[in-house]
Structure formats: C-alpha cells, structure tokens
Design a binder for this molecule. Sequence first.
Ligand code: NAD
Length: 435
Amino acid sequence: MDISIIGSGYVGLVTGACLADVGHSVICVDNDQRKVDALRQGLIPIYEPDLEEVVHRNVSAHRLRFTNSIQEGVDRSQIIFIAVPTPPQPDGSVDLTYLAGVARGIAEVLTEYRVIVDKSTVPVNTGEKVAETIRRYNKANVDFDVVSNPEFLREGCAVADLMNPDRIVIGSNSDRALTLMKKVYEPFMAPIMVTDVNSAELIKHAANSFLALKISYINAISAICEASGADIERVADGIGADKRIGRSFLNAGLGYGGSCFPKDVAAFVAISEQLGLPFSLLKEVQRVNQTQLERFLKKIRDALWILKDKRIAVWGLTFKPDTDDVRSSVAVELVEGLLKEGATVRAYDPKGMDKIVELGLCKGVSLAKSALHAVEGAEALILATEWDEFKRVDFEAARKIMHTPILFDGRNLYDPKTMKELGFRYFGVGRASEG
Ligand code: NAD
C-alpha cells in the first residue's frame, strides 16, 4: 500500500521503516529540513538498534523515501499516519498544536479519500477534533476518515517491538477505513484489536499510566525495605512470581523518566480533571516518583556530606539503556541536581552524550571517553542507567583509579556482596546499604 508518515522521529521513522520492510511503499515527511537532508544522505538522526539497517535496506529497494512536503505525502498515499510530538504544557495537559497544524496542512491539500491515522499519543476525544479541523479547512469537501492507532513501541527495542507487537490497536468508526488499516497490518503476525476511536485513544494513556503505577508501587516498597531491613529485589521476585502480577516493571530504582511516562501520566491526570473525575491515585504515582530521586540524592549527601567540589562520576545519561534519548531522563535530572549543589561531575554514556550536547543539558558536566575515564580521581560513582556495558566494567581497575571507592547503584545493577568483596562501599535502592 502507499503510506505516508508525517513526523519522522522515534515513532515515525521506525514505523515508516518497518512498514516499508514488510512491503509497503512509504514516504516519511518531516518539517525539519536538516533531518530530511540527513535521512536522504543515509544518516540516521537517532540511535535505535537495527534501525539503520532497516532504513538502508528499504531506501535501496525504493520502498522508503523522505520529504518535507505534506502535499507529496498526502497526494501519493491512501493512508496518512501522524507521528508528531504531543508535549506537555506547564499544567500537564497536552499541547496539541503540532497535531492541529498537521491536520490543517492535510486538509489544505486533500483532494481524494484518505485515511488519516493518529499515532501520536493524544487525549481521548482528539480524533473528533482532528476530523473537525480537516472538515473546516478542506475547501473541496472531500470524504476522509480519522483513525486512532496508538503506538506501544519501547525505545531501545523499537524495531523489534514494531515488527512483533503484543497487539495492534485500531480505533475506527468507519468500516471503509478499518478494511484499509487491516491491509496495512496484514503482514504482521500480531493480534489486531478493533475499537472505537475514543477507546483506542484512552488505551494508550491508561496503559502507560498503569506501567508508571507499577514502577512507583515498587519504589514506594523500596523505601519501606530501607526502613525495615528487607531487600527489595527479593520482595519484587516474590511479588512478581505471581502470574496475576508479573515481574516486569517491578524494578526499584531512580524512578521513571523519558519522553513518555512523565508526560503521559501528567496528561491522564489533566484529562481526568477536565472530565470532572480527578485521578488522585495517579497524583500519588507522580509524588512517589519525585520522592524517589530526592531520597537517592539524600543517600548520596548522607554518605559524602557536602557535595560542593566533590568529584563524582556518573555512568548513564539516557532515560533507559539501548537508546540515545535523554529527554526527561532521571539520570540527567540527577546530574543537574549534583551540579546545582556544586559537585564536579564527570559522566559517561555509551550513546547519549551527543544528545546531551545537542540539547544543551547538564551545563558544566564534563563528558568522559569511557566508563573508566569517568571514574578517574572520583570520590564516588553513581550508576544511573543500567547499560549492559556497565555490567562488564573491570571494577578492580576502577577501584584503583578512584579517589575513594564508593558506589551508589541507582538501578540495583550490581550484587552488593560482590561489590563489597571488590572493595567498594555499596549503596543500592531498597536493600541493605554497604552490602
Ligand atoms: P520525536 O520528537 O522524536 O519526533 C517527532 C517528529 O515530528 C520530529 O522529527 C519533528 O521534526 C516532526 N514534526 C513536528 N512537527 C511537524 C510537522 N508539522 N510536520 C512534519 N513533521 C513534524 O517524537 P516521538 O518520540 O516520535 O513521539 C511522537 C509521538 O508518538 C508523541 O505523541 C509520543 O508521545 C508518541 N509515542 C512516542 C513513543 C516513544 O517511545 N518515543 C512511543 C509511543 C508513542
């Protein structure tokens, strides 16, 4: 099928590449000319495992191309996906100006029937607004349908998730659109769940908020573990072995971050308030998340006392491993907190450092060439993102070059006993400190 994707970021580019890979003809549209130029030269603006290979393969096969023209996308595609940002406003509600702009842009060039598919994460009832906007600005009065197809990919394994999703949710109030959408997803061996547009929109916010709730739940228990001498890892294993609960998303740490969970929880809080049904449970999820980082910073202060002029190494800046995405990363918030208190921070991340520079984050941090380079002369090391690379570091070598071997493990990546044997003072989350 002929498909266009408007917005070629983490979601749009991966979606476009994967739809091309199963045989569709895809045009990725973006209004960032530098991004379009880079993609045309074969340069991938984000790091995502396997993405580069899939993009190159499909560009060579002429199934995937890039443009800055919405008109080109609309003219040449039966299906138009929208994957533009839906960032939070200061009050937590969703800023829908990008989406509204694209809806208007589509309307102005729409000349025959198209299915317009919203893949961006949006508040329930947004599809109706998109349809209204298109009707208002389309002078030709063309027939069209608006479908909601929320995206559940995880950065770090986005290609694998897109090729092999748990489910594909299609929210459509039109049989004509639904038939076309089923054809788009025919090559994927995944269950298709058909709903109305409003339910599909709600599924996305409800799913992400539930995952955030699981994280805050285990983090709240980690505080109880610290106060009572229990071990959060054993407790999480014990809870997670129950099939009704499951072990995933029960990893205590620094809290959730990234470009989705904080904004989607805030959005769901705002949506429920607008509907007159304040979701106070989710406000508590947010509070626990904020407290988790504060508790960790306190642990560092308690052990090191005054942070001003202390040399601290930080491993990990991205919001999770296997991505270069540092947007709303808790690791970044942590580094910025340390810098604010006057600490001298040297950080290392396998993939995220370019984006730190590009986005102007962590002003004053020095970026290291390697994990070991980061710890030279450090009075403490903080593990902030659980990259595999950090499991394999030579800790004998690290201890020798550190000023003082103190380890704050913000993701419970290491075994406290082993670290103690290696000569480190160890502080984890929700487990006995110092091993
Ligand atoms: P992103 O910032 O990585 O990409 C968005 C792209 O849209 C950018 O390249 C930007 O230049 C482009 N853009 C903005 N306005 C445009 C316009 N008018 N015309 C053409 N292009 C335009 O964002 P993302 O992470 O891909 O997220 C997109 C949406 O998908 C958001 O609603 C997000 O909540 C949702 N989502 C994200 C993820 C994720 O893991 N990143 C997962 C599921 C859903």
